[in-house]
Design a protein around this ligand. Sequence first.
Ligand SMILES: NC(=O)c1ccc[n+]([C@@H]2O[C@H](COP(=O)([O-])OP(=O)(O)OC[C@H]3O[C@@H](n4cnc5c(N)ncnc54)[C@H](OP(=O)(O)O)[C@@H]3O)[C@@H](O)[C@H]2O)c1
Length: 266
Amino acid sequence: MDLELKGKIVLITGGSIGIGKGLVDAFAREGAIVVTCARDGKRLEDSLEELRRNIPGSRIYGKACDVAELQQLEDLVAFADKEAGGIDILVNNAGTGSAEKNMTAPDEKWYHYWDLHVMAAIRLARLCVPVMKKRDGESVIIHTTSICAKQPLEYEPIYNVTKAALSMYSKCLSYELIDDNIRVNTIAPGLMRTPDWNKTAAIVSKEKGITPDEYLQNIADEFAPIKRFGSPEELAQFYLFLCSPKASYCVGSTYFVDGGWLNVVI
Ligand SMILES: NC(=O)c1ccc[n+]([C@@H]2O[C@H](COP(=O)([O-])OP(=O)(O)OC[C@H]3O[C@@H](n4cnc5c(N)ncnc54)[C@H](OP(=O)(O)O)[C@@H]3O)[C@@H](O)[C@H]2O)c1
């Protein structure tokens, strides 16, 4: 199927590793022009260089940026406009898990995750929509939340709360932008095998006296009816579809890509 993404300009936050890197790869393979960012500029550039080598003819631009900082977001959007020639699709991906107790987590930690998961998306919408409106055809905004936005994990309340807030923001934004031919949706992944999970597995498995693969398999067996982690590559296929004009009637929804983990019908 031709997803009609060739020549589309896609801004993806957090594209140096994990799900974000998988997204940069997948969009570039569809012929889209990709702009991405991460805080660690060196790791980002190394990663993008590898992708450029593997995808002949690809146009992939990277800029160091902390999405929790307004000025850096302004610079990122200006960079995308200047280098790539605009923005058609925004994928909010940068984010990370937390670990705390409600009774002891300090205000600073709550504000940090609020800026990272929620304010970044609010600010990027404000900055990107005027740029999108100058382009022909429909535009798309995707917010990456998590199954935890609906089905919380006990050990990471700040993650659960801020991702749930992001889901609601996404819905509200979808009403406001559909008249401008901008479709807004949310993707809520379940277990995705990323370097971060590999790092955790290496540490915890040693303590438990099992292999990293056994540790991850135990988690998959416990949570996901499909009994395995997803890969960034297979998750990316869903983003491609939702960003494609082929998904033209998909507006204001949250799509779970979780191997069956969600325990409710919505
Ligand atoms: N992996 C999973 O199982 C899973 C499941 C559900 C949802 N998710 C969601 O999917 C998204 C990606 O997760 P992941 O597992 O791929 O994460 P990851 O492997 O930790 O990668 C995160 C990416 O975002 C960048 N990043 C982090 N903080 C940033 C900031 N403040 N500004 C700019 N870039 C930043 C990182 O680079 P720098 O560190 O250099 O900034 C990196 O490129 C997150 O929103 C996460 O909550 C993941």
